[in-house]
Design a protein around this ligand. Structure first.
Ligand code: FES
Ligand code: FES
Length: 76
């Protein structure tokens, strides 16, 4: 698992993007297909970004508001 206990903040262009829910992707915070290669039983969350914006992606994977950081990382 490549998780970190702080969000990954990125400026995102408009697009559909798959957030890694399993923590196994080598390309965090995005899904790289590892969830199925490693039989994690998890699937990514697809996010439709309609306009350019800065996103604080949850990297700890424990957020109550996945795929976004909600501060839960500070309690794990
Ligand atoms: Fe983690 Fe796809 S690699 S959800
Ligand atoms: Fe902040 Fe996961 S990184 S809740």
């Amino acid at each position: 698992m490549s998780i970190q206990k702080s969000p990954i903040v990125k400026k995102e262009p408009p697009r559909k993007v798959a957030w890694c829910a399993c923590g196994e992707s080598q390309n965090q915070p995005y899904c790289d297909g590892s969830h199925s290669a490693k039989n994690t039983g998890k699937t990514p969350i697809i996010v439709d970004i309609t306009e350019e914006k800065t996103v604080a992606w949850c990297a700890c994977k424990q957020s109550g508001n996945k795929p976004y950081c909600d501060g839960t990382h500070s309690r794990i």
